[in-house]
Design a protein around this ligand. Structure first.
Ligand code: GLP
Length: 241
């Protein structure tokens, strides 16, 4: 794993944004794996301002998101569908039909997981996957203990994840208990992975990722076995490394 140390959130976002833009410029049909949460928001802002200022086009790009809550309609303000539209898709020239997010309202959720796996295959796999990291080491919504061989699946969220994400909801009670997420193996098959981390709250997770062993109790550590991973993190997130 390559580690790029940045001074703060803004520099982390700019560094990641530039890397993504470079990939898009060299492959206009890139399949980009995307993440939600606070961490990638600055990267998305960077991509949007570059699109408007420099004309980088997303007309032929495909995006595939990591995860979605179960039980929130796709137009629910806290769904990842709306998060992605508000923070990225509606502000670029990307056709919405080429943006994919698991459907957490599907009647048959197991079938939805299989459909998502097949979709990723049909799109030729993910060229570049953007990831955040949970304080407990989760990637996507793969909580500690998830087998490294897992594919897209249904998860019950850890109490700590629901607590952490309750900041986006009117109350903790309203945070869904379950989600659909790409599995660790699904994520691992991406040709390249970019993991972002910012702030002191992520310092322990980042230190364990960089210095610890590969262990299913710490999902992000699967990435230690991957050949093309870059961590871009700020000083605060790297303070224990
Ligand atoms: C969420 C998401 C993850 C994200 C992580 C960290 O639960 N499912 O994809 O990386 O938690 O979120 P944040 O960037 O807001 O700290």
């Amino acid at each position: 794993m390559k580690v790029i140390r940045t001074s703060n959130y803004g520099e982390m976002s700019r560094t990641a944004g530039e890397l993504i833009i470079e990939k898009i410029r060299s492959n206009q049909q890139l399949t980009l794996g995307l993440a939600t949460g606070s961490t990638p928001k600055g990267v998305y802002e960077y991509l949007i301002s570059d699109h408007w200022q420099n004309g980088t086009s997303y007309k032929n790009i495909t995006t595939i998101n990591l995860d979605e809550y179960i039980g929130l309609r796709n137009d629910h303000p806290n769904s990842y569908h709306i998060f992605m539209r508000k923070n990225l898709f509606d502000l670029l020239d990307i056709p919405l039909a080429e943006t994919f997010i698991p459907d957490g309202t599907a009647d048959d959720l197991e079938t939805e997981c299989l459909r998502y796996e097949n979709l990723i295959k049909e799109k030729g796999g993910i060229d570049l996957q953007l990831l955040g990291i949970g304080q407990n080491g989760h990637i996507g919504f793969n909580e500690p203990g998830t087998p490294f061989k897992s594919r897209t699946h249904i998860v019950t969220l850890a109490e700590s994840t629901r607590q952490a994400n309750s900041r986006f909801f009117p109350s903790f009670r309203e945070v869904p208990a379950q989600a659909i997420t790409m599995g660790i193996s699904t994520i691992f098959e991406s040709r390249e992975i970019l993991l972002l981390a910012s702030g002191a709250a992520k310092a322990e997770a980042v230190a364990r990722l960089i210095n610890g062993d590969s262990d299913e109790n710490f999902p992000a550590s699967a990435l230690k076995l991957h050949r093309n991973v870059t961590i871009i993190a700020d000083e605060a997130a790297l303070k224990l490394v």
